[in-house]
Write a protein that binds this ligand. Structure first.
Ligand SMILES: [Cu+2]
Length: 185
C-alpha cells in the first residue's frame, strides 16, 4: 500500500517536469516573453471592485509580506502624476523578428490589457489617466470586444503574432502608464 502511494507521487513529479520542459522548448529564438506586473492589495481592491471587476486582485503573496499597494494609494499616485512603477510591462522595449511570438504573461495579481494603440494616452478608467484623454483603442472598456480580447487575467498569457514590420505601441487600457514599444525588423 505504501509503495503504491509512493509510485503515484513519483508520477505526479514526472508530470511537473514534463510541463517545465515544454516551457523551456517555447523560449527559443522566435519566442519572446513580456511580463505584466503589479502590486495590488487584495483586501482593498476586492472590496471595491468585486469578483467581476476590472481590478480583481489575486495577489496574496505580496500582500502577506506587506509590499502591496492599496487601491486608494494607486489612485492617489496616478492623480499626482506619479503612477506606481510597480504596475509595469517588462521590458519597456523589445526588437523582434517578423515571425516571433510575443507572449505577454500576467505575473501580477489583477487583470491588465495589452492593447495596440496608434498613440499612447489614457485608458478607460478616467481617474487613473492623470488628465490624458482615453485613446480610441481603449474606449468603452471591456464592453468593447476589441478591448476585451486584449485582456490578460492573473496567471494567464496573451500571444501576439503576425505583427507587421515597424514600430508598434502597446499599453494597458486600465493602467495607462503601463506602456511598451515593439519594433519588428
Ligand atoms: Cu494594467
Amino acid at each position: 500500500m505504501m509503495l503504491r502511494v509512493a509510485g503515484l507521487t513519483l508520477l505526479a513529479g514526472c508530470v511537473t517536469l514534463a510541463g517545465a520542459t515544454h516551457a523551456i522548448a517555447n523560449s527559443g529564438p522566435n519566442f519572446v516573453q513580456v511580463v505584466a506586473l503589479d502590486e495590488c492589495d487584495p483586501d482593498t481592491f476586492n472590496a471595491a471592485l468585486g469578483e467581476g471587476g476590472t481590478g480583481f486582485c489575486h495577489n496574496v503573496a505580496l500582500s502577506a509580506l506587506g509590499f502591496a499597494t492599496t487601491l486608494d494609494e494607486l489612485f492617489r499616485k496616478a492623480a499626482a502624476g506619479t503612477p506606481d512603477p510597480g504596475w509595469d510591462f517588462e521590458p519597456d522595449q523589445v526588437t523582434i523578428r517578423k515571425d516571433t511570438i510575443l507572449s505577454v504573461v500576467d505575473q501580477g495579481g489583477e487583470p491588465h490589457t495589452f492593447t495596440e494603440v496608434s498613440r499612447f494616452g489614457g485608458g478607460f478608467v478616467k481617474d487613473l489617466n492623470h488628465g490624458e484623454t482615453t485613446v480610441p483603442e481603449c474606449d468603452g472598456g471591456f464592453s468593447n470586444v476589441a478591448v476585451a480580447r486584449t485582456r490578460i487575467v492573473q496567471g494567464s498569457h496573451l500571444d501576439i503574432t503576425g505583427l507587421s514590420k515597424g514600430k508598434h505601441l502597446f499599453q494597458c487600457c486600465i493602467h495607462p502608464w503601463m506602456r511598451m514599444e515593439v519594433d519588428v525588423k
